[in-house]
Ligand binder design. Structure first.
Ligand code: AMP
Ligand code: ZN
Ligand code: FE
Ligand code: FE
Length: 280
């Protein structure tokens, strides 16, 4: 079984529609794909409709969190999207991403960078707004060649144009996620190229609070990071997962580039009470 537990669609900042992600997952030879858009479940229904034979969909989300001023992403799977506490938390984050992106645009424009809010909105199509949409607007305006270049310069977390948005403490998000019957895995916790990463003690505290897994196999983790995180997972009794963090053509990783072991997948499913994977 080939299982990829991390993918984005146009419901957030992926390039392809949920239906396309589903089709591409089948074409990539995957047996299981998880749709994990940022702070939203908006892509779930489209992804689940008319699944190709042989493909199973895990419905999830990647929840933006902040702890000690550092960004942390929590992958939540198989939760009940109607749970009010979790739904409110996701909505608050999505809504605050709009003034945040507007402020980043204002800062860039006031420094003479040719970017307009309307151009960013045109990139989103009503999805969870993120820096990749700003990147796309910068590409469309000919300021940079591709998303990576935008992230390395104008959009970097430690740069002058970066603005934060509301995001919960991971302990809070975890509590809501568990209350909604979901299982939680901390995403790309060693991706230092993106900015500061949290200490092992933060991961340990989440593990003690019921987080079940650590995303070790991720395109932004080098071999040394993976080895270190495997050790951390073993110490903390966490499941080891893998996912491509597929975003479509905006990023280099392809569906299935990173995968999760079948027994780990079974363990995640067994622990979830808020939902089940869906198949054709
Ligand atoms: P935001 O949540 O709005 O701060 O934006 C973070 C998003 O940008 C995440 O989806 C990342 O996957 C994406 N991202 C981070 N670094 C890069 C990069 N170098 N190129 C393209 N997308 C990136
Ligand atoms: Zn993303
Ligand atoms: Fe992430
Ligand atoms: Fe992601």
């Amino acid at each position: 079984m080939r299982i990829d537990l991390h993918a984005h669609s146009t419901a957030s900042d992926g390039a392809g529609s949920p239906a396309l992600v589903r089709t591409e997952a089948a074409a990539a030879g995957l047996d299981v794909v998880a749709l994990t858009d940022h702070d939203t479940v908006a892509g779930w229904d489209e992804a689940a409709a008319a699944l190709p034979p042989g493909l199973t969909l895990v419905r999830g989300a990647e929840i933006s969190c902040t702890v000690e001023g550092i960004g942390l992403h929590l992958l939540g799977y198989l939760f009940d999207p109607r749970h009010a506490g979790l739904a409110d938390l996701l909505a608050r984050t999505r809504e605050d991403r709009i003034p945040r992106a507007q402020e980043m645009v204002r800062r860039l424009a006031s420094d003479g960078v040719p970017i307009h809010w309307e151009a960013v909105l045109a990139q989103t199509g009503g999805a969870t707004v993120g820096r990749p949409h700003l990147a796309d607007a910068l590409v469309a305006a000919g300021v940079v060649r591709h998303r990576d270049e935008a992230f390395a310069s104008y959009l970097h977390r430690s740069g002058p144009y970066y603005v934060r948005h509301f995001s919960p403490e991971p302990s809070h998000a975890l509590r809501e996620l568990r209350a909604a019957g979901g299982v939680a895995v901390v995403a790309h916790v060693g991706a230092f190229r993106r900015g500061r990463v949290v200490s092992d003690s933060v991961v340990a505290a989440l593990a003690a609070a019921g987080m079940v897994g650590l995303e070790v196999d991720h395109p932004d983790h080098d071999a040394a990071t993976r080895a270190r995180l495997r050790g951390l997972a073993a110490d903390l009794g966490l499941l080891i997962t893998g996912g491509s963090d597929y975003h479509g053509w905006g990023r280099s990783s392809r569906l299935g580039d990173e995968t999760t072991a079948p027994e780990v997948y079974e363990a995640l499913v067994a622990r979830a009470t808020g939902g089940q994977p869906v198949a054709a």
